[in-house]
Structure formats: C-alpha cells, structure tokens
Write a new protein. Structure first.
Length: 424
C-alpha cells in the first residue's frame, strides 16, 4: 500500500543519508559549475518515480546552473531516515513529505518556513485546506504536491444488476445495499478494512476524532467514538458483508476482490486508480463508481486527507535553500501537477491543474468530486502515531477476539502515553 501511514520503519538507517545529504553535499559543488541540490522522493519507485525523475530533468534544462541529485527513498523508511539525517545535519535539501510528518519535523526545526518565499508565490491557487495542513504554529512548512482522500468506490454494473441506482449516503444505507447486492448477484456488497486510517471516516461521521487537539483531550473512547466504532464493527457481519480479514495480506485481498468483481464496494483512496483499471471489472473505466464516504448519525460525511508536500531542509546553506525553493515552485506548478496527474493518476493540489485532459480520467474526476468531504488533520506532531495503537486493537475487535470496550480502553491507555499532557 502506498500510504503506509500508520506504521513506519522502526530502525533508522544512516546509509542513505551518508550518500544523499543536502547540507553536507554542498562541499562537492564547484564554484564554476552547477550547484547541486538533493531531493528525496518518497513516491512508488515503479509506478510514480519515473514521472518525477523526468520532471527533475526538465527543471535542470530550464535552470542549467542547478543540478538535482534525485534519490528515491522507500516511503515506509523515509520518515525515520530524514529524522536521523536532519538530526545529524545531513538531510537532503528537499523532501517529499507525507502531510502527517510536517508538524513533527517543524517542531524540531528541521524544515524551512516557506511563507513569503518563491515556493509559495502561487499560494492562492492551492486548495486552502491543503495549505492549512502544511502549517505548524502559524507558519507554512510545505507546498502541497499531491493530495488524496478516501471514497466509497463501487462497481456500477453490480449495483445496476441489483437494482440500486445510486451510491449509499449513510452506513445504514450501505448495509441495506450490501444485502440486496448479495441477494440479486451472489456477490458480497461490501468489504471493510480493519486498519485505523480506514476507520477514521466513522469517527468523522459522529463528529469526533481520536483526540481533540484544541482541548487537549483524548476522545477515542468517548460515547461518540464508541458509536462510530460500533458502526464500523457492524459492517463485518451480516448478509452481503464480508467478514473481517485480519491477515497481513488483508489490503491485497480486499483490493484484488474489488478489481476483479468479487465484491461490489470498498473504501479506498486514489493511489489505487491505476490498479483499479488493471482489474477485469474495470477494463471499462466508466464502470468505476466513486462517491463520498457514507455519513454517520450526524448526517455528515468526512474522510481523512492524505497526500504529500515538498519541504525544504532548514539546515542547508542559503544558496542551496534558494535553489530548492525554485525547484519546489517548479514541481508544484500547474503544468508540473498536470503532468503528474496524467502520468500517475494522482490528484493535483491546485484547481488550475485540473485541466480538461486531467478530468478526462474518470478516476481523477471522481475523486476530485469527493474532496469537499476531506478533513485536514490537526497540527499535532504526535497525531499520525495515534493510529498505531488502533492498528493493534481494531483487528482483534473486528475478528471477535476482543470486545469493543476492552479494545478502545487499551487504545486510550496507549494514546495517553503518546500525548501525556492530554486529559481523558
């Protein structure tokens, strides 16, 4: 899975940092030659990296006095690698940073504030919520490169065969639809995930979250959260509802079933658009239905906002920072984002990059339509780590090995250790 948000590598390595560092690399630049900046790209090495490499070459052609040292870093290792490298003054000049990393790195003063710089010259063109998500304590530390969120994706043909003309608006509607689909087609109507990130929409649907960052309160075991996770748990049993898969390969199992027409609907993100189209069920791309995640009892629907920013290392010297800012502006321009969207089927972060050609891809157009329900994460350095305890307990709950009350109590205790100044 591209995201890998809930868990990052536990062992940091200095090997890559030693061979690809911005600040310490500066000494290799010749005074009469181009200045070299190092970029750690955390995109998928097979499906996405070629596009980013090509754009880096375009930047070099347009800026012959700057050379880009491109390094692709596995996403699940990048957070710890950068943390280690920055702490030893050997980080790359630019990092493709998952949005959840920004507050933690900014708090440690690893990132350069970008307000008023060349990199944010087009700030008004970006979706405001994405700029907000790149902030920490009032300053902006990243420029949004790609964004994503979760949506209910469904097989239009199976829904039509079952006599269902539109996507379910609530989780209760989804449960009803699943039973109808099973009865009319013999195929399960919905297969849910046990991962914490995918359960986040259930919390938003009840107007809550794992914590209230403003009030400094842990809310994962509140009445609203219990209701949310109760709804989530209820979608693993019943007619047309696939039982919980708690194996290590659950993500792949769910994805494979959906793309090959063995389940009618799942909750998924746009990073799988290209893989949807590779499945037998979506050879006709227009068969892919994309709708806002169902709403909870509040009547409102919400999905977590993901994606990546480009951030500049605060430890680089002035010359490298100025070159990096120019590079960030180039990579996040409307033209570059259009190219990235067309090549990688990812979502741009600025409205002027959604050109007619980009929106001709039904997957991108569909996900653009659900972005209004995407909720930015609070600027809490520990926030992304809060999903860790949930990823431990939720599979036990979904698999019937632990009660909901016991599981959420365990999560509450674990989160209390991560944010010790928060009340319960």
């Amino acid at each position: 899975m591209r995201r890998g948000i809930a868990a990052t590598a536990l062992v940091a390595s200095l090997a890559l940092a030693a061979t690809a560092c911005g600040g310490s690399d500066s000494g290799s630049d010749k005074s009469d030659g181009p200045l070299t900046i190092t970029w750690w790209d955390t995109s998928n090495a097979t499906n996405e990296a070629p596009t980013y490499k090509a754009l880096a070459k375009e930047f070099e052609k347009a800026n012959p006095n700057i050379k880009v040292k491109y390094v692709n870093v596995p996403f699940d290792q990048a957070q710890n690698k950068f943390d280690t490298a920055a702490g030893s003054k050997g980080a790359p000049d630019i990092l493709r940073s998952e949005v959840g990393w920004t507050p933690a790195f900014a708090k440690k003063s690893y990132l350069l504030p970008l307000d008023g710089t060349e990199a944010l010259a087009d700030q008004a063109k970006f979706q405001p919520s994405l700029i907000e998500q790149a902030k920490f304590e009032g300053k902006t530390y990243g420029v949004p490169l790609v964004t994503d969120t979760l949506a209910l994706v469904y097989n239009k043909a199976l829904f039509k065969k079952a006599g269902i003309s539109e996507a379910p608006k609530t989780w209760a509607d989804l449960k009803t639809a699943a039973a109808t689909i099973k009865k009319k087609t013999g195929v399960d109507g919905y297969w849910g995930s046990t991962q914490a990130y995918y359960a986040q929409s259930f919390l938003y649907g009840e107007g809550t979250d794992t914590v209230d960052a403003t009030a400094k309160k842990i809310t994962v075991n509140s009445a609203a959260a219990q209701k949310a996770y109760g709804t989530w748990q209820g979608l693993f049993s019943g007619k047309g509802l696939h039982k919980a898969d708690t194996t290590a390969d659950a993500y792949a199992h769910i994805q494979d079933a959906f793309v090959n027409g063995k389940v009618a609907a799942i909750v998924q993100g746009p990073w799988e658009i290209t893989n949807f189209y590779k499945g037998s069920a979506f050879k006709d791309k227009t068969n892919l239905g994309i709708a806002t995640v169902p709403a909870g009892s509040t009547g409102k629907a919400g999905a977590p906002t993901g994606g990546h920013n480009l951030s500049v290392y605060a430890g680089s010297d002035k010359a490298h920072q100025e070159a990096s800012l120019k590079f960030v502006k180039f990579m996040t321009s409307a033209k570059s984002q259009e190219t990235i969207a067309l090549k990688n089927s990812t979502l741009p972060t600025r409205d002027d990059a959604y050109t007619a050609q980009v929106k001709a891809d039904p997957g991108i157009a569909g996900y653009q339509g659900v972005l209004a329900a995407a909720q930015p994460r609070p600027a809490l350095p520990e926030y992304s780590s809060l999903w860790g305890p949930l990823d431990t307990e939720l599979p036990k709950i979904a698999g019937g090995k632990e009660s909901l009350d016991k599981g959420l109590s365990n999560v509450e205790l674990a989160i209390a250790k991560l944010v010790p100044d928060f009340s319960k």
